[in-house]
Design a protein around this ligand. Structure first.
Ligand code: ATP
Ligand code: MG
Length: 131
């Protein structure tokens, strides 16, 4: 499998709930390599730009509000098949339905407040890393 880079975000609900350390531990145990990491507060416009593929969806406004509601940890990850691997580790979008052992299953709350982001495909990973 080839070495890839992907973008992970620890979302405001998980930062607020004190799960940064637990989630970083999962990354280190994966193992995925942390290339860069930063705590940032997204403004609404940046959140809207980041999730622009969902503009027009019924949940879009709430999503932008949520993603700009507090600090997030943005992490550049690298590893063998990192994109699919990180998506596998985080679990399905709806945290309420995500299995135990997945990050969303263990640390997320709902379909919106689902603890983490992960790039879904290589093209999006490239955009998100530049972003
Ligand atoms: P992410 O892109 O954050 O890694 P994802 O790829 O699993 O999540 P997307 O369909 O890209 O899911 O949705 C982006 C984000 O929008 C979700 O992570 C969640 O926070 C929110 N979201 C998605 N679907 C819904 C919904 N039906 N109701 C409320 N919020 C939603
Ligand atoms: Mg997505």
């Amino acid at each position: 499998m080839k070495t890839e880079r992907t973008l992970a975000i620890i979302k405001p609900d998980a930062v607020q709930a004190g799960h940064i350390g637990h989630i970083l531990t999962r990354i280190e145990q994966a193992p995925l390599r942390i290339v860069a990491m930063r705590l940032v507060r997204l403004d609404r416009e940046s959140a809207a730009n980041f999730y622009r593929e969902h503009a027009g969806r019924c949940f879009f406004n709430d999503l932008c509000q949520y993603m700009s509601s507090g600090p997030v940890v943005v992490i550049l990850l690298e590893g063998e098949g990192a994109i699919a691997r990180w998506r596998e580790m985080i679990g399905p979008t709806d945290a309420a339905a995500a299995p135990p052992g997945t990050i969303r299953g263990d640390f997320g709350e709902s379909v919106q407040n689902n603890a983490v982001h992960g790039s879904d495909i290589a093209e999006h990973a490239r955009f998100e890393i530049n972003f």
